[in-house]
Design a protein around this ligand. Structure first.
Ligand SMILES: [Zn+2]
Length: 294
């Protein structure tokens, strides 16, 4: 059995209209895809959203000269997989996800006309063709790839992919790396408790390397640092949710504390959602969160 290796591609965010409270143009967060590969075969994770991103990612995959067997999706958010079908077709690959993720993928397809297609051009048709694998395990040239279900983080039913032979966890949106986290979904479960539990599960896998779904390419993949940073970001958000009275105040305070973090647009959507739910306790949480992106 040969050794595995991995490589990360970070896609540019798609163009977007609108501005943030500080006057800055809205821009989605950078999105990371990982190619895990052996001598002949490869597996790709979280294959991006738009036609343009799929083309750039696909060309990068092709340059590795491996046979792409599977495309794995960590969770249902459209930015992580709406382009999966294009890449599956280009490389003749199967799309794999956990059962909970597949249900969330269907939900995200249903939300396309209300949300995704209102904000972004160029999202291809996105039929849900992903399949589950027995015991949440599949292999790459004889090496185990293990899907670990970690529950609610920035979305319901999220997972990570553990590659024991690389001491690697592909973390989707459970761990972030130098990018503002999407906090809005915590309104659904009343706080960050489930997210902290998910981080504990990742830590218990004892990875040396973590690939975060949203990351600044200038940062390394050290697992311990990213786990500590992600916990600190949540602690810090909890404090600011107590001390700041409006979404704008929260936005400004976060920027002051994290001046180098990318992804302010996502942070703003989360803040608007959380303060919107707070200000409308009898409102429909799903509607409020959805509206916070528009
Ligand atoms: Zn994401």
């Amino acid at each position: 059995m040969g050794a595995l290796a991995y490589d990360v591609f970070i896609n540019d965010p798609p163009p977007e209209d609108g501005v943030l409270p500080n006057g800055e143009r809205k821009l989605f967060s950078p999105m990371a895809s990982t190619l895990i590969y052996g001598d002949r075969d490869a597996v790709l994770t979280d294959p991006a959203m738009t036609v343009d991103q799929a083309r750039a990612l696909g060309d990068w995959v092709a340059a590795h000269g491996r046979n792409l067997t599977d495309i794995f999706v960590t969770h249902g958010h459209g930015d992580h997989w709406f382009a999966a079908g294009l890449l599956a077709e280009r490389f003749g690959a199967r799309i794999v996800a956990a059962e909970g993720t597949i249900a969330q993928m269907r939900g995200n397809v249903a939300a396309r006309p209300l949300l995704w297609d209102k904000v972004y051009d160029g999202i291809p048709p996105s039929p849900v063709t992903a399949v589950t694998v027995p015991d949440n395990r599949f292999t790459l040239e004889g090496h185990d790839l293990v899907i670990v279900e970690v529950g609610h983080t920035d979305s319901a039913d999220t997972t990570v992919l553990h590659v024991p032979d690389l001491d690697l966890v592909i973390a989707g949106d459970v761990i972030y790396n130098g990018v503002h986290m999407y906090l809005g979904q915590s309104a659904v479960v009343g706080g960050f408790g489930t997210w902290r539990d998910a981080i504990d599960i990742v830590e218990a896998l004892k990875p040396r390397h973590i690939v975060a779904g949203h990351q600044n390419h200038e940062l390394d993949d050290d697992a311990a640092r990213q786990i500590a940073d992600t916990r600190e970001y949540l602690d810090d958000a909890e404090e600011l949710l107590r001390t700041e009275t409006t979404a704008e105040d929260f936005f400004n305070a976060k920027i002051e504390r994290y001046p180098d973090h990318l992804g302010r647009t996502v942070m703003w959507a989360g803040a608007r959602g959380l303060y919107g739910v707070r200000e409308h306790p009898d409102g429909d949480i799903a509607q409020i969160l959805l509206g916070s992106w528009l």
